[in-house]
Write a protein that binds this ligand. Structure first.
Ligand SMILES: [Mg+2]
Length: 232
């Protein structure tokens, strides 16, 4: 695969660059800490109860009942700012190579609330790798990846119509619109840790499938290094 031309890359965030469940765990720990302070609850037990339940609020409710109503729970959960989150190792290697290629525009295109998505970006320590106008969050633009708008926004900001690549994990929304817009798409396979399950491709309508499936972002790192004659 040749990446030596005029290209632009855009990444999904959750379960592409890091494991979203690590963020969910940080939010759960934050809620448990709050309950320990406010109600004298046992934070370790609450954390375990929330992790064991199919949905964390049910686990919490089972132990402390109505002490923390769902809206208060959501407020604390969504306000969580983890001190740090681990970037996937293959993502770190790829982003380090891209940081050495300033001619390649690199975008983040992610669905979610601005506060939460920026909290993740800060905790991952990748703030410096993406210029602010190259971070596109659905809440900020008012459209998510079920519409063409996040991708069209990137194309307009870069004033570039071709040579785009999107790298994501979610078959419901990461590949349909970019492909319709002429982008090439890569799906990173679930290593068993994703929050959203990745159904077998044969069960997915062809227009929702990615162009390429990769087990690791290291594939892109090696292809980019080869195309640009860079040392890894
Ligand atoms: Mg994702």
């Amino acid at each position: 695969m040749d990446f030596s031309g005029n290209i632009a890359l855009a990444f999904d965030l959750d379960d592409t660059l890091y494991d979203e469940r690590d963020y969910a765990r940080a939010c759960i720990a934050n809620v448990a800490r709050h309950c320990a302070e406010a109600f004298g609850s046992d934070a370790i037990r609450l954390e375990a109860d929330m992790l064991a339940a199919p949905n964390p609020y049910d686990g919490l409710h089972g132990t402390i009942g109505d002490k923390l109503p769902i809206d208060a729970f959501l407020k604390i959960y969504r306000a969580t700012e983890p001190a740090s989150l681990p970037l996937r190792e293959d993502a770190r290697r790829l982003l380090e190579v891209l940081a050495r290629c300033p001619h390649i525009p690199v975008y983040l295109i992610t669905d979610g609330r601005c506060h939460g998505q920026y909290a993740k970006i800060n905790a991952l320590g990748i703030t410096d790798l993406f210029t602010p106008e190259r971070i596109i969050i659905s809440e900020a633009i008012g459209f998510d990846k079920h519409t063409p708008m996040p991708f069209v926004t990137a194309m307009a900001r870069e004033n570039r119509h071709s040579g785009w690549y999107y790298i994501g994990d979610n078959l419901a929304k990461d590949f349909y619109w970019p492909r319709r817009l002429g982008w090439s798409t890569f799906m990173v396979t679930d290593r068993g840790r994703n929050v959203h399950p990745q159904p077998p491709l044969k069960n997915i309508a062809p227009e929702y499938r990615p162009d390429f499936v990769i087990d690791s972002l290291d594939y892109l790192t090696s292809q980019i290094c080869q195309s640009l004659s860079l040392q890894v």
